[in-house]
Design a protein around this ligand. Structure first.
Ligand code: NAD
Ligand code: MG
Length: 396
């Protein structure tokens, strides 16, 4: 078996660490070529010591010098680089077979796009890439023969439930609906009056999943499910009306597909990201992921509810921008990233996130998606508007 050479974008994050855990279990299958992170030098160094990659990438020259010094004194041959150009290089390097795209937010767009353009096997966790530039990204995947494997648990479940040739069109495969499950997050039943006082720690305390702070807040507002509706639209070429969000608090069914003959195929498992990660890494084979087997007797009960679009305004906004098209999803994504960062920093109340997202969409016109530059311009304009609105305190 040929060893798979992997670049991990976002190796110090929640998905990055779960990816390394799967790699750790299969040294005969996988080799880490590059580890890329933002600024957590200590944990990146520990990862370098264990996985001995050819390259490590951090944000800037100063952090790179720190990491290079640590590597040198430990006798490691890992070469340290920094900045976006280095991320792009690690995604597209000829030695690389596959790329785990697990940077959070818009920062992952360019390196992930570079992996698609280099025709890599691309394991996609970084959903914001598809929200910002779905058309551009899917075009690059097709044009350059990249293999796109969804890591987001819902999309991975849908991928597993669809026939292998779903690319010929969902309707042609007899698909009626995609049932995109959602836990509903920590505030599914919280009285509306209490939501204004929600703290960042309460928002990040997800009932079923342990994740990075940005996606945890997105789960609490259900913006995450909205981003996933857009993600499903692009990966599976599914029109918005074919994508039905189903609130399923146990997070055991990770999503399902309903077919014309009445069949519903679903993928189930314990909520542990190592399952979709291992599936993507070994595809089309199945390998051990260190995940507890699902005990149906212990679970005993699965519940399903319709989503509440009033309580979770962000979910409605996602359907709206998907129907509007062009740069509207990129504007929503940028406003949301700005809002979540402000909420986590204590400068925006929880309910201000949805209000700021909506106000940014109302203020800025969407344009055709066009080129990467158009997308980045829409992203920058939305961030500017949102930052100013937060500074002026219009949403407290
Ligand atoms: P995280 O915050 O735990 O980790 C983010 C990683 O990205 C870190 O390694 C960080 O160093 C790196 N990073 C951040 N900004 C960067 C920059 N500018 N340049 C280079 N690296 C940068 O996030 P996470 O929870 O692992 O999520 C990562 C992505 O996966 C997100 O897009 C999220 O929506 C998606 N995702 C996560 C989960 C999950 O269970 N955590 C599930 C599905 C999808
Ligand atoms: Mg998900």
């Amino acid at each position: 078996m040929k060893i798979q050479n992997i670049t991990v974008l976002g190796s110090t994050g929640s998905i990055g660490m779960s990816t390394l855990d799967v790699i750790r279990r299969h040294p005969d299958r996988f080799h880490v070529f590059a580890l890329c992170a933002h600024s957590q030098v200590e944990s990146l160094f520990a990862q370098c010591l264990e996985f001995r990659p050819e390259f490590a990438v951090v944000r800037d020259a100063q952090l790179a010098a720190q990491l290079a010094e640590l590597c040198r004194s430990a006798g490691l041959l890992t070469e340290v680089r920094y900045g976006v150009e280095a991320l792009i290089e690690m995604s597209a390097a000829p030695e690389v077979d596959s790329v785990m795209a697990a940077i959070v937010g818009a920062a992952g767009l360019e390196p992930t796009l570079a992996a698609a353009r280099a025709g890599k096997k691309l394991m996609l966790a970084n959903k914001e890439v598809l929200v910002m530039a779905g058309e551009l990204f899917m075009h690059a995947v097709r044009e350059h023969g990249a293999t796109l494997l969804p890591v987001d648990s819902e999309h991975n479940a849908i991928f597993q439930s669809l026939p292998a040739d779903f690319g010929r069109g969902l309707a042609a495969c007899g698909v009626q609906k995609i049932l995109l499950t959602a836990s509903g997050g920590p505030f599914r039943n919280t009285p509306l009056a209490d939501l204004s006082a929600v703290t960042p720690d309460a928002a990040c305390a997800h009932p079923n999943w342990v994740m990075g702070r940005k996606i945890s807040v997105d789960s609490a507002t259900m913006m995450n499910k909205g981003l996933e509706v857009i993600e499903a639209h692009w990966i599976f070429a599914a029109p918005p009306e074919m994508i039905q969000v189903v609130v399923h608090p146990q997070s055991v069914i990770h999503s399902a597909v309903q077919f014309a003959d009445g069949s519903v195929l679903a993928q189930m498992g314990n909520p542990d990201m190592r399952t979709p990660i291992a599936y993507a890494m070994a595809y089309p084979e199945r390998i051990a992921a260190g995940v507890e087997p699902l005990d149906l007797f212990k679970i005993a009960r699965l519940e399903f509810y319709e989503p509440d679009f009033e309580r979770f305004r962000c979910l409605q906004l996602a359907y709206d921008v998907l129907r509007e098209g062009g740069t509207a999803p990129a504007i929503l994504n940028a406003a949301n990233e700005t809002a979540v960062a402000a909420f986590l920093a204590g400068s925006l109340p929880f309910l201000g996130i949805a209000r700021l997202n909506e106000a940014t969409l109302d203020a800025l016109p969407a344009r055709p998606e066009g080129s990467l530059e158009d997308v980045l311009a829409a992203d920058a304009e939305a961030r500017l508007f949102a930052c100013q609105a937060i500074r002026e305190n219009s949403f407290s």
